[in-house]
Design a protein around this ligand. Structure first.
Ligand code: ADP
Ligand code: MG
Length: 213
């Protein structure tokens, strides 16, 4: 997977965020401050502009630029958290010209570790971690079991979606939604929903661009 692959992922993710912008904002209206779709739309729009204007010859440079852009352009909790995820994932890929699935798995793990270092959320606390963590482990597990690459991407995206759905019954213990206490139960976490979208875009791009692998 070269830098074009990672740019295609971010472009697909930007499209998905744009298409679901109002939905993400509605999820945040229920348990937050109704800005999650707006934040991510602004952030991914800025990523697209930055990628157009900046040379990013390696997968790592694509992800680091995306992360830095989110940190500088998005207010709210999700900008720094997603920014950290992309930056740490990019740093893990260093300056290799192509990432294989195993190194992508390592990069996603580094992204998760970055989110948890910054936000201190564990699984079960109704955050983006509840989509990201199971997705990262499903991807790594499928690869280590020797599953075809396409199945590993599908398992990752499915785990992210299931993880996001599972936040509905959780009580928020981190972030703005935690102020609601038990009243946060019964709503999908917006950040978990957007993580499922972003990783769904990764799966779609992998199935589209890597059909021959
Ligand atoms: P804000 O809460 O500042 O308005 P957003 O609405 O853009 O920011 O993002 C909210 C999302 O951020 C939540 O749905 C949750 O998934 C995520 N989030 C908030 N705090 C944390 C944290 N400490 N760790 C991980 N994710 C978090
Ligand atoms: Mg919000």
């Amino acid at each position: 997977m070269d830098s074009d692959f990672f740019r295609a992922w971010l472009a697909d993710a930007a499209d998905a965020v744009e298409a679901q912008r109002d939905h993400l904002t509605q999820l945040d209206a229920a348990i937050g401050d109704a800005d999650h779709g707006i934040n991510l739309s602004r952030g991914f729009g800025a990523i697209m502009t930055a990628l157009r204007d900046t040379s990013t010859p390696t997968p790592g440079s694509v992800l680091v630029l995306a992360g830095s852009t989110l940190i500088s352009k998005v207010g709210g909790a999700s900008g720094p958290l997603y920014g950290m995820a992309f930056r740490q994932a990019g740093k893990a890929l260093a300056d290799v010209p192509e990432a294989d699935p195993q190194s992508l798995a390592g990069a996603l793990e580094a992204g998760l570790a970055g989110v948890q270092k910054l936000g201190a959320a564990r699984e079960g606390e109704k955050t983006m971690v509840d989509a990201l963590a199971p997705a990262v482990s499903a991807f790594g597990k499928a690869l280590s079991e020797g599953a075809p690459e396409s199945e590993a991407f599908e398992a990752m995206a499915a785990a992210a979606s299931a993880g996001a759905q599972a936040t509905i019954s959780m009580q928020a213990l981190k972030g703005r939604a935690s102020y609601l206490g038990p009243r946060s139960v019964g709503h999908e976490d917006p950040g978990a929903a957007s993580t499922a979208l972003i990783l769904g875009a990764l799966k779609d791009v992998a199935l589209r661009l890597r059909r021959d692998q």
